[in-house]
Design a protein around this ligand. Sequence first.
Ligand code: IPM
Ligand code: SF4
Length: 469
Amino acid sequence: MGRARTIIDKIWDDHVVHSADGGSDLLYVDLHLVHEASSPQAFDGLRREGRTVRRPDLTLAVEDHNVPTDSLLIQDPLGRAQVEELRRNCARHGIEHFTHGSARQGIAHVVAPELGLVQPGMTVVCGDSHTSTHGAFGALAFGIGTSDVEHVLATQTLPLRRPRTMAVRFAGTTPADVTPKDLALAVIARIGANGARGHVVEYSGEAVEAISMEGRMTICNMSIEAGARAGLIAPDETTTAYLRGRRLAPAGAGWERAAAFWRELRTDPGAEFDREVTVDVSGLTPFVTWGTNLGQAVALGAAVPDPESFTDPGERAAAVRALEYMGLAPGTRLREVAIDTVFLGSCTNGRIEDLRAAARVLRGRTVAPGVRMLVVPGSMEVRRQAEEEGLHEDFLAAGAQWRLSGCSMCMGMNSDRLRGGERVASTSNRNYEGRQGDRARTHLVSPATAAASAVAGRLASPTELDGGL
Ligand SMILES: CC(C)[C@H](C(=O)O)[C@@H](O)C(=O)O
Ligand code: SF4
């Protein structure tokens, strides 16, 4: 019997094409996702070198970062140029490409899983940090830089050093009002915004096993915000049930073979990780960020901390600066913080379950006067499904805006931006200064908390609203 291996080692070992003396391995890439914001220079490089795309059939491109979600016309010249360039590059190299407004368009990390393209045991890369999302399927999924995008386009391989491994085990059962987003925020608050630096994280435990694929994607998506290289969850019945029958998932005899292989991928008993952390989830409540990094988060029922309470001088200084930027005073109850904008969407929380959770809260209620709420499905397929279920009617009746799909307000790279000093309850994943617009103040929350906050006009959880959940 060989040595006990983690799922991370198994996938890695399966993909090594060549091991170099200096310690880096050349890994084969099973799926390469491409978007307009990080690919132009990579394609330029190919052209300069006179190279072609090695496996256009393993490459999929989408327009997500620069597209407006209220129109099919891109007003911004730079955004329009990037999208047009992506279209030309895909046409030239024979890469399948989903254009703005078309039925399959959406955020790369929402589109690929819903097609059944991402499967257990695969290596997935994209010139985008939130590629870690795909780890939810038990895939090893890395965000890569533009020069690596060029390397993958040309060779379908990527040179990488074997990462350190980390196990995050969830102990206990998750309370009913605590969502996967809350779990992700709570883990990062516990281990810090650099707490998983350089590691690939495997999440496990009964609480994880109980989570849907959508929720697992939310958790893996946020791994990056703890500094991890990637995050993944071993495939199980939930994974296979999600994949069965998807357009590009294996079928027939191929399905049986694939499913048998997926079962072998789990971390072997006794396999060792470089680091292990256990997080007890049973006492958790909904979470919210109060600052400008992901480590700066507390329970929604808590107060803005006093910078003096941080013993680490770096953390203390960061808290002082964050509170100034956020316009918050120590000791303020988070529940008393008024918001003027709510953003429901992004590759973290723009999936059908996220929209269902928010619609459930909004049904029969209205968005508070003076609050603008954007609902942006993560893909046009999510939008279609939501409309089939009538969720858009709940959003519109409550006074929210029902948009086309894209990255939208998650990052100010398109026309959906906060205006100077506005404060948002946002279901996205990053809260650094200026991320969502000039002087924008971000509070990261779950879809349920976002919807409740829209109704209350301040940060709120659904259980606080009249009539409760
Ligand atoms: C623009 C893109 C390269 C960037 C990323 O790498 O993640 C963006 O998607 C983000 O979320 O900050
Ligand atoms: S939705 Fe946000 S986090 Fe996700 S890829 Fe787009 S900009 Fe990045």
